[in-house]
Design a protein around this ligand. Structure first.
Ligand code: IMP
Length: 191
């Protein structure tokens, strides 16, 4: 089954392909000729995920799913949350986002945080939603060089290595997106 993952982030495509195995052919936005920046103007992850998926469906006519992820930091009252990608403004930069987060958190001893992912699937005219959460803590400095985004400063609960020190299989097994994708896969496996 061919399905478009509405993202241009090669890391995400890699993660999802690893989780989905060979039953599904995952194509990216680039693969379907979509070079547009997808709209995400909502104030919830769910709103943005459906907004992106609908844009692709309406303009390119393919079944697709889109994800939206936010990092909620307790000591920052849930920030950056839905604004995680643009936390330090445009143009988006993982490095500046991390710098700002570490600056705003300072030496606060309350480090708990969680990644949340919502996946919106549009399939054969129906809408479906899948969610995943990964609990953890924000480190005081970057550790590791794998992954992307806030991975170098996120220590998943129960682990001694940051997301950026885990390989793809390890990260997928416990990550927010990995969990949301598992739900998606379980659903797709039954249709
Ligand atoms: P998006 O919704 O996937 O665009 O993600 C919003 C923000 O969260 C961006 O800054 C991403 O880099 C970051 N992000 C999304 N997924 C992950 C992840 O698995 N690890 C670290 N950061 C992530």
């Amino acid at each position: 089954m061919k399905i478009c993952f509405a993202t241009n982030n090669p890391n995400k495509i890699m993660e999802v392909k690893a989780a989905l195995g060979e039953r599904f052919e995952i194509v990216s936005l680039q693969d379907i000729g979509c070079l547009d920046e997808l709209p995400e103007t909502g104030d919830t992850l769910e709103h943005n995920a459906f907004q992106k998926a609908k844009y692709v469906k309406e303009n390119f006519g393919v079944d697709c799913f889109a994800d939206d992820t936010g990092l909620e930091v307790d000591a920052l009252e849930g920030e950056p949350g839905v604004f995680s990608g643009r936390y330090a403004g445009e143009p988006r930069s993982d490095e500046r986002n991390i710098d700002l987060l570490l600056k705003n958190l300072g030496d606060s001893s309350i480090r708990t945080a969680r990644f949340k992912t919502v996946i919106a699937l549009l399939l054969s005219g129906e809408e479906y939603k899948f969610e995943g959460v990964a609990e953890g803590e924000i480190l005081y400095e970057r550790t590791g060089s794998a992954g992307f985004g806030y991975d170098p400063i996120f220590l998943p609960k129960g682990y001694t290595r940051s997301f950026a020190e885990l390989n793809l299989i390890e990260k997928n097994a416990i990550s927010h997106r990995g969990k949301a994708v598992s739900e998606l896969v379980a659903f797709l496996s039954h249709i």
